[in-house]
Design a protein around this ligand. Structure first.
Ligand code: AMP
Length: 504
């Protein structure tokens, strides 16, 4: 039996004549057309001497052909290595040097800059793929036969390497196996009850685990369909929403949509499901979404290294502010930050995870891999959270975010949640800034709602009776917005850098 994820997907599609993917400008592929093109591309890749485990690094704009290229890599046993389209040449050089791909595929307009760099690092071939499928990859594949037997792989063979977003330190390549991806996709299809009747509104980037694996693998495995938008664009969302049944988004999708006056119960009534992840969804956003549309968003939690770990239930209460329960077959435990022993209910600690979803390790970083796993196989996520008496998991923040002020541990998320409840506050981010007396001073960056007249003193007065003294921000700094990456994660390192002299 083959463990190749491509074979697993193909075997589940009963009617390959159905549409698999359609772009907002009307370009579409049936499953059969996608299989045929992926076979042709797999032949082209093999003709470059590609063997199982070779890396194919891809920095291209979002297109159906880019997804089909991913399928071709699975088919050919290559490790697919997608790269953020925003990476500069200097950043690209780091990834190419680290990953040593056999083949690089880039946007046609970047070929002149990337080809010499790739050649310097021993890349055998640099090909191009544009948003409309133009470029040498498809030109070379055109005449190839549309047949290609998927390469036989073991469950532990690499399907992809995804570099972590690297908001702290060097970006690390997470090695994901065919079994990791297949098990998580199967679990999510069942848990979220995906079927071939579903049409997913896809507005996420496809160089990240969310848009590539959670969204695409789930659609493929469920024989469902995608409406493929080039990016999150409010007018395109409005146009495509009527033909969709499910939307997966990062929290900013939801906060932006909530500002649209066309959003209401009538035009979301036909939707089966809204899912959010990759960054914390404010409880307030969850509630406002329910008020506006009648839908309870399913919030789920995962990371590049582990695929999805938890989700709120499909049937059952979807609790605002919680990331839900561990997914079936996945073990989660919360441990004390100092001694590593499991903690009791409602006590925050390190979230650790074990299961078939957890990656194989960091590419060419065996020591780093070793330090991130416990001896009994649990992966240390770096996220801090707790489990309540009903088993719901709540995330309190990242361990690297933890503020230590005068010897006390402060979890920024706890303070942010209290600030966000204040009338007139849109959102907030709490960080620790260097302080001669406290070591770090708890500091809140607050984005006020339009028309709000809140002052620093107003906010501090509101927090005073609600939080222990040591948790109170020493200062409140007002800002127009919070810096975020494309996945909606607040860039706390950037905030800390900007305000590092606040107490000096
Ligand atoms: P990435 O590897 O880019 O997907 O980032 C993974 C990190 O995103 C996790 O370790 C969490 O810190 C954060 N994250 C993902 N989903 C959620 C969520 N639902 N709530 C809070 N944080 C999340």
């Amino acid at each position: 039996m083959s463990h190749n994820l491509f074979s697993i997907i193909r075997d589940r599609i009963s009617d390959p004549g159905r549409t698999f993917i359609r772009t907002s400008d009307g370009r579409s592929y049936t499953f059969r057309q996608a299989w045929d093109l992926s076979a042709r591309i797999a032949r082209t890749l093999s003709s470059k001497g590609l063997v199982i485990g070779d890396r194919v690094a891809v920095q291209v704009e979002k297109s159906p052909e880019a997804i089909i290229l991913y399928l071709a890599c699975l088919r050919a046993g290559a490790a697919y290595l997608p790269l953020n389209t925003a990476y500069t040449l200097a950043e690209l050089e780091y990834f190419i040097d680290d990953a040593r791909p056999l083949i690089v595929i880039c946007a046609p307009e970047k070929l002149n800059a990337i080809e010499p760099l790739a050649a310097r690092h021993g890349v055998f071939s640099t090909m191009t793929l544009g948003v409309d499928g133009e470029g040498t990859l498809l030109d070379e594949s055109e005449s190839a036969e549309p047949h290609y037997d998927p390469v036989f792989v073991e469950p532990s063979d690499l399907a992809a390497i995804l570099y972590t977003s690297g908001t702290t330190g060097r970006s690390k390549g997470a090695m994901l196996t065919h079994a990791n991806l297949a098990s998580n996709a199967r679990t999510l299809v069942e848990y979220w009850q995906f079927s071939e009747r579903d049409v997913l509104l896809h507005a996420l980037p496809i160089f990240h685990t969310h848009g590539l694996f959670v969204a695409t693998n789930v659609v493929l495995l469920a024989s469902a369909q995608m409406r493929f938008l080039p990016k999150f664009d409010l007018s395109l969302i409005r146009k495509e929403l009527p033909s969709a049944t499910v939307m997966m988004g990062v929290p900013t999708f939801y906060t932006r949509l909530l500002k649209e006056d066309w959003l209401n119960r009538d035009n979301t009534d036909h939707m089966r499901l809204f899912i959010s992840g990759s960054a914390p969804l404010l409880a307030e956003t969850h509630r406002r979404w329910t008020e506006m549309t009648g839908h309870h968003i399913i919030e789920r939690y995962g990371m590049t290294e582990t695929n999805m770990i938890t989700s709120n239930p499909y049937d059952g209460e979807r609790v605002p502010g919680s990331v839900g329960f561990p997914l079936p077959g996945i073990n989660v435990r919360i441990t004390d930050l100092d001694i590593g022993k499991p903690v009791s209910t409602n006590t925050p600690g390190m979230i650790e995870v074990k299961g078939p979803n957890v990656f194989k390790g960091y590419w060419r970083m065996p020591e780093k891999t070793q330090t991130e796993f416990r001896r009994d196989g649990y992966f240390v996520t770096g996220d801090i959270g707790y489990v309540d008496e009903d088993g719901y998991i709540f995330i309190s923040g990242r361990s690297k975010d933890l503020v230590i002020t005068g010897g006390f541990n402060v979890y920024p998320k706890e303070i942010e949640s209290v600030i966000d409840e204040i009338d007139g506050v849109e959102e907030s981010a709490v960080v620790g800034l260097p302080h001669s007396d406290f070591g770090e001073a708890v500091t809140a960056i607050v984005v006020p709602r339009d028309g709000s007249t809140l002052t620093e003193t107003d906010i501090l007065n509101r927090l005073d009776p609600l939080l222990a003294k040591y948790k109170l921000p020493k200062r409140i700094v007002f800002a127009q917005d919070l810096p975020r990456n494309t996945m909606g994660k607040v860039l706390k390192a950037e905030i800390r850098a900007e305000h590092q002299n606040l107490y000096k």
